[in-house]
Design a protein around this ligand. Structure first.
Ligand code: DP6
Length: 374
């Protein structure tokens, strides 16, 4: 007999970045962070977990290819989930002993893996949520975020929808280093995100390795963690609660630039942004100048892709401006009209056209959702 459960989990893109660990085994961060959960209609990991007494050992496939399940991060997640299942089994002898059976986990991303599109976040969130469903755990998203964090730090934020914080916590065992909902997606549903895919290749320096190098060598990083981020977390939560886009945008762009400055301050320096990324920055600056206020915000993770946040009411002026330069790539929201802001921007236009292979238009979305079992 085979037991089965399936889920989708969303991608999240941080607006206050997680960068640096105080405990590399538990993925305990040196600063709190905050992200926007993106719509699972556009970007998602789909994971099915099954278990059966006929399976020989735990297995994991991603997009059809076998993954190493023996890694410490995946093992930590499986161990924690089995321990919670064992508590249920210990209370009632009629409950099937699923915790003793091998697991078969099958995952599919509907976007390029490791393109700096937060695939590990959606991946671990989906893995943890699928197994929790399979085991019928009464665990809250908060408890599951503590488990998913051990798979990949940013994954803890993908257990919630909308606007999500991750409290760095203080305890050595990490029990207070969990994600929390700042506001649901419905609080500010006009939020839009345009992802400019500048590279669908695997990234140069993984975030895990990059942040370790930064912690070891950057003095700017220490300043960021101690003095910069705590104030920004407060200001960002207030901006979201007040639906104050200008404040949200200013904090988002500043924090991305501060994070990339600590990367440059790392020894040897780490460059995640490239010429295409910088052209996207120039475009956003121009769009804001033309508008006379901040109507778009850019942010970059551990790779060159730009994520541009804006409000639906400014779709023409933001997405339209990029469309006028990038032309007929697929992925634009239907009906977006090209708005020309290209005067004096020939070089920027050329860089964008050359470097961007694909756009993804999406919005803020909900947390993991159960899917039809298959
Ligand atoms: C730049 O969560 O991928 O995207 O905990 O080592 O798996 P590990 O790192 P990961 O780092 C994400 C870094 C970031 C910023 C962010 O998402 O907050």
């Amino acid at each position: 007999e085979v037991q089965r459960a399936s889920t989708y989990a969303p991608v999240n893109i941080a607006v206050i970045k997680y960068w640096g660990k105080r405990d590399t085994k538990l993925n305990l961060p040196t600063n709190s962070s905050l992200s926007v959960t993106l719509s699972q209609d556009d970007l998602r990991t789909h994971t099915t977990a099954t278990c059966s007494s006929s399976y020989k050992s735990d297995t994991l496939t991603l997009n059809g290819s076998d993954q190493d399940i023996a890694g410490a991060r995946t093992q930590a997640c499986l161990r924690e989930l089995r321990a919670l299942r064992k508590e249920i089994e210990a209370k009632d002898s009629h409950v099937p002993k699923l915790s003793e059976m091998a697991l078969k986990i099958v995952s599919e991303n509907n976007f390029p893996t490791a393109a700096g599109l937060a695939s590990s976040a959606a991946g671990f969130a989906a893995l943890v949520r699928a197994i929790a469903n399979l085991y019928q755990l009464p665990a809250t998203p908060t408890v599951l975020s503590r488990i998913a964090r051990q798979g990949s730090g940013s994954a803890c934020r993908s257990l919630f929808g909308g606007y999500v914080g991750w409290n760095q916590g203080e305890l050595d065992d990490g029990s207070d280093s969990v994600a929390y909902e700042v506001a649901p997606a419905s609080h500010w549903p006009g939020m839009r995100a345009l992802i400019l895919v500048a590279s669908a290749e695997k990234k140069d320096v993984s975030s895990t390795a990059g942040m370790q190098q930064t912690v070891a060598s950057s003095a700017l990083f220490q300043h960021r963690a101690e003095n910069v981020v705590p104030k920004r977390m407060e200001a960002m939560e207030a901006a979201i609660k007040d639906r104050n886009f200008e404040a949200f945008a200013a904090l988002t762009t500043k924090d991305s630039n501060n994070f990339h400055a600590t990367c440059l301050d790392t020894d040897p320096p780490i460059f995640y942004m490239n010429d295409t990324s910088r052209a996207a920055v120039r475009m956003c600056e121009t769009i804001n100048q033309v508008a006379g206020r901040q109507i778009c915000a850019y942010t970059f993770d551990a790779g060159p892709n730009a994520v541009v946040y804006y409000l639906a009411e400014d779709e023409g002026r933001v997405a339209g401006a990029f469309k006028s330069m990038l032309g007929d790539l697929t992925g634009w929201t239907e009906g977006v009209k090209a708005t020309d802001v290209s005067a004096g921007m020939e070089h920027v236009a050329e860089m964008l056209k050359k470097g961007i292979s694909r756009v993804i238009s999406t919005s803020v979305g909900d947390g993991p959702r159960k899917t039809e079992e298959h």
